[in-house]
Design a binder for this molecule. Sequence first.
Ligand code: TYD
Length: 208
Amino acid sequence: MAERTGARGRLVAFEGVDGCGKSTQARLLAGRLGARYTFEPGDTELGAAVRALLLGPGPAPSARTEALLMAADRAQHVDELIEPALAAGQWVVTDRYSGSTLAYQAWGRRLGAAALAPVLEFATGGLAADLSVLLEVPAALARERLGGSDPDRLEGQGPDFHARVAEGYRELARLDPNHWAVVDGSGDVDAVAEAVAAAVELRLGPPG
Ligand code: TYD
């Protein structure tokens, strides 16, 4: 993972419903770009503790608490990992970012984007993704990909919740097409990886 001097790195976020395949695709893109792969929630030491509170078997947070814990994880992630990497000229591919809080908490939990926008601004210190890639898959395929694995707290929400999350993502991409690329995630892994790489290069150009 060569650090590049001079230019600041770019931040690419992968977004989508549970089971859309974004973790696989985020790793593949990071490998292809020589970028740092990272994820939310939980890719810092403090964040791992926050992730356990959010998704583990303990007491369920209320909707606002859930949003604030996601934001706290993100603030630590930005300060400790993302911003230093970008400042050093490295590209960063993050598996989920602010789009997830909007889709899951603003739409899914119905907290509303207007309420969460200032929270996200504060949590990120104003650092927006250069590009968010929305991997779109039909709900039935996402469920099939999740398979019989034990669902975490959010995966275990009902179909109405997940339908609202998917709708939120579509709205986010529709409202801000300069910062969102929608890629069909229903093909095989290699075909989707090619489509993702083409979309990212078209918008951001080659790294370095
Ligand atoms: P993720 O780690 O992508 O799922 P997986 O367990 O498959 O690796 O995300 C964990 C869950 O957290 C997922 O259901 C989405 C949810 N989430 C939010 O609700 N809001 C957020 O801001 C983020 C980052 C994740």
